[in-house]
Design a protein around this ligand. Structure first.
Ligand SMILES: Cc1ncc(COP(=O)(O)O)c(C=O)c1O
Length: 391
């Protein structure tokens, strides 16, 4: 029997979103992610909103590896790993991730959301404290909230290391201090101040956790992420990241850390103890994507060149693009309905760029988020810039 009050609540929210022109539009794409996609009801458009940074989502070898994985292992073990075991492809994937990001070991999850959710509630104790950047990804925020039932937490101002140091001093008597940051901030496109964070964490004996979902595959000449960009391999205690962006683009996430951190997660983390592992097909295709990323640095070089072209082009057109080495270029609009309208107009002009509003970004800070890929050729970049000129 439906509850009428709940029904009204849903209807009210949806009507308000519709009337204020803030309702998100969900597009249907008929085919693999590439430099262009065919959107049902719209036609062929250039993609400037995917995290397919290295253009590996439709790579024939990535697709083939997934098919072979499915044929060899079937869909999965129909259980969690401690009951029916891990598939060999999971271990191979985890060794490949650890090799690529420069850690002793890694553990895969069905998403980076799950990986982040595993970290704090599992590893933090009641006498610890978690200090989190105010612009961290929602999955980090939720993980801290979950851990917050046991472990105190506090937010420091975005990339403000004076504020962070003040809080580290304040909690100097806690058993363990945890500092967590995005490597590349997903809505701003800026990079965390990694060398200074490492220095602060060393001085205050704090554990540093970096979510490099938008850094891995993008930053550094080898695409090995924020640690490579700053030459800080081995100086981060725990790295997390996604396989659903540059590294294949399907799904999956990982925690990469020392052998004993991974072992504690295997023993105690709820998202892997109570939930199935990544499907075999995804484990195999992601592993192949990482191998390609590792052996073809020219893809990373092309991505960097494409970023330069788009960033320079947008700046020439008068858009305010902050300098940054990342592939995320936010264009601030402010009003959410306006951001959505501009995104719709760009789609009509043949370019897919999404307008982001609440709750993804704070109210009044709506923006268009441009994202660049190595899959884009010169003609795509020029056509996209033409569309922005018309906008
Ligand atoms: C910084 C960051 N962390 C985690 C995630 C979640 O990744 P996944 O899609 O693998 O759950 C995202 C995805 O948007 C992200 O941007």
């Amino acid at each position: 029997m439906p509850n009428a009050r709940f029904d009204d609540r849903c209807r009210e929210l949806l009507t308000t979103l519709e009337e204020t022109r803030q309702k998100k539009r969900f597009l249907h794409v008929a085919g693999p992610m590439g430099p262009t996609v065919f959107v049902r009801g719209v036609g062929e458009v250039i993609v400037l909103c995917s995290n397919n940074y290295l253009g590996l989502a439709d790579h024939p070898e990535v697709i083939r590896a997934g098919i072979e994985g499915l044929e060899r292992y079937g869909a999965g073990t129909a259980s969690v790993r401690f009951i029916c075991g891990s598939l060999v492809c999971h271990r191979e994937l985890e060794e490949t991730i650890a090799w690529f990001v420069g850690t002793e070991n890694s553990l895969s999850y069905v998403s980076c959301w799950n990986a982040n959710e595993a970290v704090f509630p599992t590893l933090c104790g009641p006498d610890d404290v978690i200090l989190s950047d105010e612009l961290n990804h929602a999955s980090i925020i939720d993980s801290c909230r979950l851990a917050g039932r046991i472990t105190p937490r506090s937010v420091y101002k975005h990339s403000d290391l004076d504020d962070l140091e003040r809080q580290l001093k304040e909690h100097v008597d806690n058993e363990c201090r945890w500092v967590v940051t995005d490597g590349v901030f997903s809505m701003e496109g800026d990079v965390c101040r990694l060398p200074e964070l490492i220095d602060l964490c060393r001085r205050y004996e704090a554990m540093l956790v970096v979510d490099d979902s938008h850094g891995v595959g993008v930053l550094g000449s080898g695409g090995r992420g924020t640690p490579e960009h700053f030459g800080c391999f081995g100086d981060i205690d725990i790295l997390t990241g996604t396989l659903g962006k540059a590294l294949g683009g399907a799904a999956g996430g990982y925690v990469a850390a020392s052998r004993h951190v991974i072992e504690v997660l295997e023993q105690r983390a709820r998202p892997s103890l109570f939930s199935n592992a990544l499907p075999a097909t995804v484990a195999c295709s992601a592993r192949r994507a990482i191998e390609i990323a590792g052996s073809e640095p020219q893809r990373v070089a092309k991505l960097h060149e494409n970023v330069r072209i788009i960033r320079d082009g947008l700046t020439r057109l008068g858009f305010d693009c902050h300098p940054s080495p990342t592939a995320i270029i936010p264009i601030m609009i402010g009003d959410e309905a306006d951001a959505i309208a501009k995104s719709n107009r760009l789609l009509e002009l043949g370019v897919m760029v999404i307008g982001f509003g609440y709750p993804v970004v704070p109210k009044g800070q709506a923006r268009l988020r441009v994202q660049v890929s190595a899959a884009l050729e010169r003609e795509h970049l020029e056509r996209a810039l033409d569309a922005f000129a018309k906008l």
